[in-house]
Design a protein around this ligand. Structure first.
Ligand code: SF4
Length: 281
């Protein structure tokens, strides 16, 4: 009989999160997935990347989780929407990966960031990773869409040194259209972090024709400034690096013809945040 060749799983470490990864935990039984979500002993990761300078302070190792309940029109990693596209990874394996970079991260004043996807869909796993990273003396950051913040208690958030909070739009109707989700829980989470004096970096994706008008940015800037714990705002220009993923996954990509914003438009958005006394890049 001819030998059937099993597809080889890609390495955990990717060159960038823009690698398309699908079906990596297709064979994990549903009961194991449920157990993993309940205990957090195992999670589902798209990949690890190293050397990031945009996902928190210093140079970072980033673990990209699989699974997201938002459906942002501009998402550049739609392969991370589905948990079954992620690779099953135990906490021990993830920590072994992180341990390799421990001393380098300290020298470069960096740390470990968990992004996605939405990391808090796997809240127990996220917590175990943050706690283990802290045990190694590594700074931790959570990049989140903010809607599942209730899944971690205030005490559990002590394991998260910094929250990178995506605020995608201000108007509730527009937020719903843009992401498929309500804005209310995101803002409530921001207020909760602020009340606990937890540091926040706000991330705002500037999409021409969707989020870049002054009327949308002004209330986000006012809100961010009112929190009192926003250390900086990152205005992230929309780009098309994920377009090929939408096509490969057979998804309807409405923004295929949208161009990235001009440098002047990015600067205008930054200026609106700065006008409220915030540091914006
Ligand atoms: S929250 Fe992030 S990962 Fe989820 S759909 Fe939006 S951009 Fe994509």
């Amino acid at each position: 009989m001819p030998e059937t060749k099993q597809p080889t799983a890609p390495p955990l470490e990717a060159k960038s999160p823009f690698e398309l990864r699908v079906d990596l935990s297709r064979d994990v039984p549903e009961s194991d997935v449920r157990k993993a979500l309940a205990t957090g002993d195992m999670g589902f990761l798209h990949s690890f990347t190293t050397g990031s300078t945009v996902d928190g302070p210093g140079v970072r190792v980033v673990a990209w989780t699989a699974g997201c309940h938002f459906r942002c029109q501009y998402c550049h990693n739609p392969d991370t929407w589905t948990m079954s596209n992620g690779m099953p990874v135990t906490v021990d394996r993830a920590m072994a990966e992180l341990r390799k970079y421990r001393s380098g991260l300290k020298v470069m004043a960096g740390g470990f960031s968990l992004s996605g996807g939405e990391p808090l869909l796997q809240d127990r796993f996220a917590l175990k990773l943050f706690s283990a990273a802290h045990d190694l003396g590594i700074h931790t950051a959570l990049d989140t869409n903010g809607s599942l913040g209730d899944r971690l208690s205030d005490a559990e958030f002590e394991n998260v040194d910094l929250v990178l909070l995506d605020i995608k739009s201000w108007d509730p109707e527009r937020h719903l259209q843009l992401t498929g989700a309500e804005i209310g829980p995101v803002l409530a989470f921001a207020r909760r972090l602020a009340a606990r004096k937890r540091p926040i970096w706000v991330r705002f994706v500037l999409v021409p024709g969707l989020t870049d008008d002054a009327e949308n940015i002004a209330p986000i800037a006012r809100f961010a400034a009112s929190l009192g714990t926003v250390e900086r705002v990152d205005v992230l220009p929309f780009h098309q690096m994920g377009r090929f993923k939408w096509k490969a996954l057979g998804l309807n990509y409405k923004l295929a013809e949208v161009q990235p914003p001009s440098p002047e438009s990015v600067e205008r958005a930054c200026a609106q945040f700065r006008a409220e006394g915030l540091t914006a890049f």
